[in-house]
Design a protein around this ligand. Structure first.
Ligand SMILES: Nc1ncnc2c1ncn2[C@@H]1O[C@H](COP(=O)(O)OP(=O)(O)OP(=O)(O)O)[C@@H](O)[C@H]1O
Length: 307
C-alpha cells in the first residue's frame, strides 16, 4: 500500500501585504517524485522553504508522518533531506570530511559514521573523489556531494530546490539518475524546477505554479494531452488572421511564439490542419510533439524561462 509521506495544507506566505504563495495543498507519497514547476519568481523556493521548515508559513501547516513541521521542526528534520540552491559545503574540508562532519548532526559518529559515509561514497559514485577538497570539484560533482550529504540520515522525504541549475547536460542527466534511485528506494522527493525537460523526465506528478498559485496539476503526460494535445506546429510567414481563422475552424489554439506562431493539431484529424498549413506556403513549418513548455504557454501566456 502507498503511504503518505508529506501533506501540505493550505500554505500561504505573505511578505508585507503581498501574497507570494497562496493556498497550496497537496500530498506526497513514499516513492513518488512530485515536481513544482514554474517560472522565476513563481514562489517555488518559498514553497519548498515552508515544506522543510526554513520559512514560516503565514497560514496553513505541513505534516510529515505524525509530525507538524513548524511545531516539531527538530524531530521532523530527522526524516528529511534538503538540497537548497546553494552548495554550502565547507571548502576547507575534503568530500569525505564534509560528509563525516554532517553525519555528526544525526549523532552518527566514529565507526558508524565512517561506514555510512563509505556506503554513500560508493552509491553516489564519489569514491574516487573522497579526498578531494570541495573547490577541486566541478559543479556537477559538488551537487552530488550535496545530495549525498542530504541523504546521510536515510530520510523519508528529500527536498530538491532547483538542483540542476547551472549544470551541463551530462551532469544533469547523471543527477537525474541519482534522484530516480532515491525513488526506487521508496523515498518521497519534492523537486522544484523551471526546466520542463527535468520535470517531464523525472516527475510522477506536477504542480504548475504561477504567481504563488497552483494553476493546474497532474502527471506530465496527462497535463500535456489535456491542455495542448499531442502535437504542435511551429509556423512562420503566414498572417496571424489566417492562422487564427484556421484554429477557430478546427477548434484548436494559436498564439504568437518567437518569430512565428504555435498551433495545436486536433487529435481526431491532425493531418487535415497540417495539410492546410502546408498549402499556405509558410517560410518555416515544423511539426513536433507537445511538451510542458507548451502547457505553460497555453495556461499563462508566459514561457517557463522568462525572467
Ligand atoms: N524574504 C523575502 N522578502 C520579500 N520578498 C521575497 C522574499 N523571498 C522571496 N520573495 C519574493 O517572493 C516571490 C517568490 O520568490 P521565490 O524565490 O519563492 O520564487 P521562485 O519561483 O523560487 O523563483 P526562482 O526560480 O527565481 O528561484 C518573488 O517575487 C520574490 O522576490
Amino acid at each position: 500500500m502507498e503511504s503518505i509521506a508529506l501533506v501540505a495544507n493550505d500554505l500561504w506566505k505573505f511578505y508585507g501585504t503581498r501574497p507570494v504563495v497562496q493556498n497550496v495543498n497537496f500530498t506526497l507519497k513514499s516513492g513518488e517524485i512530485l515536481g513544482v514547476l514554474g517560472p522565476n519568481g513563481a514562489g517555488k523556493t518559498t514553497t519548498v522553504g515552508m515544506l522543510y521548515g526554513g520559512v514560516i508559513p503565514s497560514r496553513g501547516f505541513v505534516q510529515l508522518g505524525d509530525l507538524q513541521v513548524h511545531l516539531q521542526g527538530r524531530q521532523a528534520r530527522y526524516f528529511m533531506g534538503i538540497v537548497t540552491q546553494e552548495d554550502n559545503l565547507d571548502p576547507e574540508f575534503t568530500v569525505k570530511e564534509n560528509l563525516i562532519h554532517f553525519a555528526h548532526h544525526y549523532r552518527l559518529t566514529g565507526k558508524a559514521a565512517r561506514h555510512q559515509v563509505g556506503e554513500l561514497l560508493d552509491r553516489m559514485g564519489l569514491q574516487d573523489y573522497a579526498n578531494y577538497k570541495i573547490d577541486e570539484l566541478s559543479g556537477g560533482w559538488k551537487r552530488r556531494v550535496v545530495l549525498a550529504r542530504a541523504i546521510i540520515n536515510k530520510p523519508h522525504v528529500v527536498f530538491l530546490d532547483e538542483p540542476t541549475t547551472g549544470l551541463d547536460p551530462d551532469a544533469r542527466q547523471e543527477f537525474w539518475k541519482l534522484v530516480s534511485q532515491l525513488k526506487q528506494n521508496g523515498c518521497a522527493v519534492l523537486l522544484t524546477t523551471h526546466y520542463m525537460d527535468e520535470a517531464q523526465r523525472l516527475c510522477d506528478r506536477l504542480l504548475l505554479l504561477q504567481e504563488g498559485q497552483v494553476i493546474d496539476s497532474g502527471t506530465p503526460t496527462e497535463l500535456i494531452s489535456r491542455i495542448v494535445g499531442q502535437e504542435i506546429v511551429e509556423i512562420e510567414g503566414v498572417a496571424e488572421s489566417i492562422l487564427q481563422q484556421l484554429a477557430k475552424q478546427t477548434g484548436t489554439w494559436c498564439r504568437p511564439f518567437s518569430s512565428g506562431y504555435l498551433l495545436t493539431l486536433p487529435p481526431e484529424n491532425p493531418n487535415l490542419l497540417w495539410e492546410e498549413l502546408v498549402a499556405k506556403q509558410p517560410t518555416s513549418l515544423t511539426r513536433r510533439r507537445a511538451n510542458l513548455e507548451d502547457v505553460f504557454l497555453r495556461l499563462t501566456g508566459r514561457s517557463l524561462n522568462e525572467v
